[in-house]
Design a protein around this ligand. Sequence first.
Ligand code: FES
Length: 100
Amino acid sequence: MNRHASSVTRHGTWDDPIVCRCEEVTVSQVVRAIREGYDTLEELKRHLRVGMGPCQGRTCLPLLARILSRETGRPLGEVMEEVSIRPPLVPVPFELWRGR
Ligand code: FES
């Protein structure tokens, strides 16, 4: 496949891929925000809304953490400690927890 045949899509470009597909945030937007001083996951979430879409960051927060680690030179483990764990998005019937 010729990667340049359709290099611009609704979701970024080959050279600037999407990080958060729920909020349509690209790598370049994240890097720019970090260089502007938004250098924690919480600041990036509030500034770009990355991780605040329907999946609540299950897809994008690990990617965001890696970019933040690379751009700031902080260890990935330290960056990942900033991630807030959210409860499941879909209500689960109580019967599933009790068993039958
Ligand atoms: S991919 Fe980022 S919130 Fe869903």
